[in-house]
Design a protein around this ligand. Structure first.
Ligand code: ADE
Length: 227
């Protein structure tokens, strides 16, 4: 069954190029995922369709107001059963990683909520009790790019999306280590040759070489990763 993905944002247009190209597009065409974009502004009860206001206590920037957001989320939750996993993209969230991508790819339904401005009114979290996810310790101007990162990592893991099941199974982080190096044609480029073992056709040797290279690269580039 397809993963149903609802995205709540003030800027649905940001997603159109992403969904129209490459793997996300293939996943939509193959009906591995069904993506629905919802404009939070459409739920604003304000006559000028306002969605933000100045922060209580003062300070720079604007805060997204409760009403449009809570109504939009409740409408999305009610659109189909089961209600699904509700995720807000925000820098204070749990750090997203490959393990969580795998977990989310096994859900029937995900609702991703993107913030703008200085963030969400904190009461939204008390009311909706969502999960908070961050893609790293830096601040984006909105959750949309973070939502696309999460969507991309999840979508490529859905059954039938990549060419072969091994493609995802051998990715970096899938086994707690980085991926092994890759080579293609030509056999020599500017004096640099493809390692001999890869051209020899002995698959046991190739597998052993790749495992060893993956471990060496993990030790060198990411000594912090579990192995
Ligand atoms: N919104 C702004 N910055 C973000 C981040 N690093 N991760 C997720 N959502 C965000």
């Amino acid at each position: 069954m397809a993963l149903r993905l609802d995205v709540l944002t003030l800027f649905p247009g940001i997603f159109s190029g992403f969904l129209a190209e490459s793997i996300p597009r293939i996943a939509v065409e193959k009906k591995a995922v069904e993506v629905r974009l919802h404009n939070i502004r459409a739920w604003s009860a304000d006559k000028h369709a306002k969605v933000d206001d100045r922060p209580f206590g003062g300070g720079p920037g604007m805060v997204m107001t409760c009403q449009p957001l809570v109504d939009a989320v409740e409408a999305a939750l009610a659109m189909r059963s089961p209600p699904g996993r509700l995720v807000f993209l925000t820098p204070e969230g749990r750090r997203f990683d490959q393990q969580l991508a795998g977990e989310l790819s096994r859900e029937e339904r995900l609702i991703l909520v993107c913030g703008r401005y200085e963030g969400f009114d904190e009461r939204v979290f008390e009311l909706l009790k969502p999960e908070r996810l961050s893609i790293g310790d830096f601040v984006l101007s909105g959750g949309e790019v973070a939502a696309m990162a999460v969507m991309d990592a999840v979508i490529r893991l859905l059954p039938g999306v990549l060419g072969s099941a091994e493609s995802a199974a051998s990715d970096s982080f899938a086994n707690g280590v980085l991926d092994h190096p890759h080579y293609t044609q030509p056999p020599e480029f500017r004096g640099l040759a493809v390692p001999e073992v890869l051209r020899g056709g002995n698959h046991a040797w190739i597998d052993a070489w790749r495992r060893e290279q993956a471990l060496a690269r993990t030790r060198r580039f990411r000594p912090d990763l579990p192995r």
